[in-house]
Design a binder for this molecule. Sequence first.
Ligand SMILES: Cc1cc2nc3c(=O)[nH]c(=O)nc-3n(C[C@H](O)[C@H](O)[C@H](O)COP(=O)(O)OP(=O)(O)OC[C@H]3O[C@@H](n4cnc5c(N)ncnc54)[C@H](O)[C@@H]3O)c2cc1C
Length: 482
Amino acid sequence: MPIQGPGASPGAVCSSVRLRRPTDTDLSALAGRIGGDRVSASPESVERYARDESTVVEARPWAVVRPRCTAEVAETLRWASAGRFPVVPRGGGTGVAGGAVAVGGGVVLSLERMDRIVELDPENLAVTVEPGVITARIDDEARRHSLFYPPDPASLESCSIGGNVAVGAGGARAVKYGTTRDYVLGLEVVLADGEVLELGGKNVKDATGYHLRDLMVGSEGTLGVITRITLRLVPRPGRRVVMLVPFPSIHQAARAVTAVLGARVLPAAAEFMDDVTIEAARRYLGRDLPGGDAAGAYVFVELDGDAPAALEAQMERVAGVVQGHGALDVLAAEDPGQQERLWESRRCLGEALRAWGRQLGKADVVVPRARVPELVEAVQGVGHRHRLVAASFGHAGDGNVHVNLLRCDLAEDEWERRRSLALAEIMKAVKALGGLPSGEHGIGVLKRPYLHRFLPERALALMASVKAAFDPLGILNPGKVV
Ligand SMILES: Cc1cc2nc3c(=O)[nH]c(=O)nc-3n(C[C@H](O)[C@H](O)[C@H](O)COP(=O)(O)OP(=O)(O)OC[C@H]3O[C@@H](n4cnc5c(N)ncnc54)[C@H](O)[C@@H]3O)c2cc1C
């Protein structure tokens, strides 16, 4: 059964303050302050914002507010504070942890209309954007100046940069370039009471007190609403090579990635797919894929740099290592069109798994990278025990594995039972391997039940104090993270 709302009281977040549902009069008052076309409670609007890409969390918000500027966000939060109305910030709605869904009821504050690239500053290697900018546009803009914005979540054509900052999104290139967090120089944030705060700016270094900016990154809309972002850019590498290596088994593939990293090669990306995800891609794309039936796993390696000879030497080193670990073949491409073709099976996985599984039980776990083979083995064991199709793929280079349990044709009750037992066992295995419940998707509502197993009681209490300091009434994204 989907996790649903509204109905449940969101008041539990802050025990002393009761949150309320705005009446039609309250909504009209807000419309009068920021503009009638910014506020809607029509059935079509609330239906459109009832889900994210988790596929299992669902709740129609009470209303949707779509501001066009920071002043309108601030006005909305002043209105919400005064009325004690819960507010759920939202970007592209591609999150997979239920973070942007108004579980328990609330008003969705969608930043989609704030989508301007404000300034690209080549001298300071910085770009300033509004939160609703679709992530892919940032690197498109940077490319025109021979600059590079490396974070590349696979959803980059549909997610927003505000959502990326709010969850601390990663991507395939994190192994070499880091995640969104590593590129945030400055933020403009609207606090729960409507005050606008600037955190950071264009300074590269900053040792000036506690880093509130860094606290905002990954706060999942629970501490403030991000309304403007200044991001660091880097020089664009001149050349790029993509390699696709099929292996007979996931164990050989995972060990090969560890060996590549141990061979003094730092790839821009090192990704893997197991046999179930290859099958999902094959069904979805409707064609044979490299390695044919013998392929039990894929490894993708992307290398980048400027000096042709150095890139060539790295390619040879990677080829030598993977061949020594049982690679069935080594495919490499420098031509952008051919590179896209090599990446295609990896890039289509979101849609491919959904088309096959209908609903997915997702975990975005992370373990120390040398322990990826043990994790994949544990996931396969859990899948067999609970008779679920279990697919693993992800960022082998940084130990971040996306586990997907597929519902297929299971009846709802049985699916729910098996999914929750299997996910609990996977989390147990992750903990035993020294890992964490989220590498890049965030906690949202789905991973909250596991948080206390991974973090000390005292750390959770400190997080709750931070939340109370930023948002004493508990109106911002109640029921998420802590
Ligand atoms: C096919 C597919 C592939 C994906 N691949 C990756 C991947 O490779 N790496 C990765 O990290 N993720 C990936 N994701 C997950 C998702 O795209 C990311 O989590 C992304 O950062 C969410 O951005 P969004 O704009 O869609 O945010 P939303 O889903 O709208 O919101 C996510 C969270 O951020 C908060 N939020 C949004 N905007 C703001 C704001 N302006 N201020 C404050 N809080 C805000 C919301 O309240 C919510 O808690 C993938 C998802 C899909 C469907």
